[in-house]
Write a protein that binds this ligand. Structure first.
Ligand code: 5GP
Length: 204
């Protein structure tokens, strides 16, 4: 059977400040893509809305979700828990949607073991300078937090070779970057492992 009727899990990572949010807004304009809202124990920022950007949880609540098997994956990042609730992802995949998980590298590697046919996309910045300027420009974090995020960013960028695709978010190029992601997901459907069902009868 061809896998084309079922949605695909799309794991997107990239360092803090690379502009994942804007790029994904463009991807999500397509009807067949939906965003998986993560749970986290980090404090909401001004732009955050509970249930929209994240489900904000206390540590004990999050740990209860882990214990109850409610998360597909989770990781600690910068002192806070982040995780992907299972229910929504499974429902959307069964309805044929491509589900975007915007998660950090450790969580992505957990998904790689669990869901081999997921597609893994890494969004990289144009340069170190652009990333640093963006992290500062946000103005939402203290200097020590920025330094910590830059160190994490360096480590994360080193992991980009573990992904199936690397796309660059150039300045002013978020829409193009989104198109690259959509192309990567569509291309995945044409791999022999996913198309074999459509040509199988020739061999019978
Ligand atoms: P932020 O606090 O800036 O919103 O996110 C910090 C990091 O956590 C980002 O790299 C983001 O991709 C990652 N993240 C967000 N949700 C999840 C999740 O559900 N699981 C994992 N493993 N990482 C997540």
């Amino acid at each position: 059977m061809s896998n084309n009727t079922k949605g695909r899990l799309v794991v997107v990572s990239g360092p803090s400040g690379v502009g994942k949010g804007t790029v994904l807004e463009y991807v999500l304009k397509r009807d067949d893509f939906v965003y998986s809202v993560s749970a986290t124990t980090r404090k909401p920022r001004d732009i955050d809305e509970d249930g929209v950007t994240y489900f904000f949880k206390q540590r004990e609540e999050f740990e209860a979700m882990i214990a109850g098997g409610e998360l597909i994956e989770y990781a600690e990042y910068n002192g806070n828990y982040y995780g992907t609730p299972k229910f929504f992802v499974e429902k959307m995949l069964s309805e044929g949607k491509n589900v975007i998980l915007e998660i950090e590298v450790k969580g992505a590697m957990q998904i790689k073991k669990l869901v081999p046919d997921a597609v893994f996309v890494f969004i990289a910045p144009e340069s170190r300078k652009v990333l640093e300027d963006r992290l500062r420009g946000r103005g939402t974090e203290e200097e020590s937090v920025i330094a910590n995020r830059l160190a994490i960013a360096e480590r994360e960028i080193k992991c980009c070779l573990m992904y199936d695709y690397i796309v660059i978010n150039r300045q002013g190029g978020a829409e193009n970057c989104a198109e690259d992601i959509v192309s990567a997901v569509r291309a995945e459907n044409f791999r022999p492992v996913n198309m074999y069902g459509s040509v199988e009868e020739f061999f019978n």
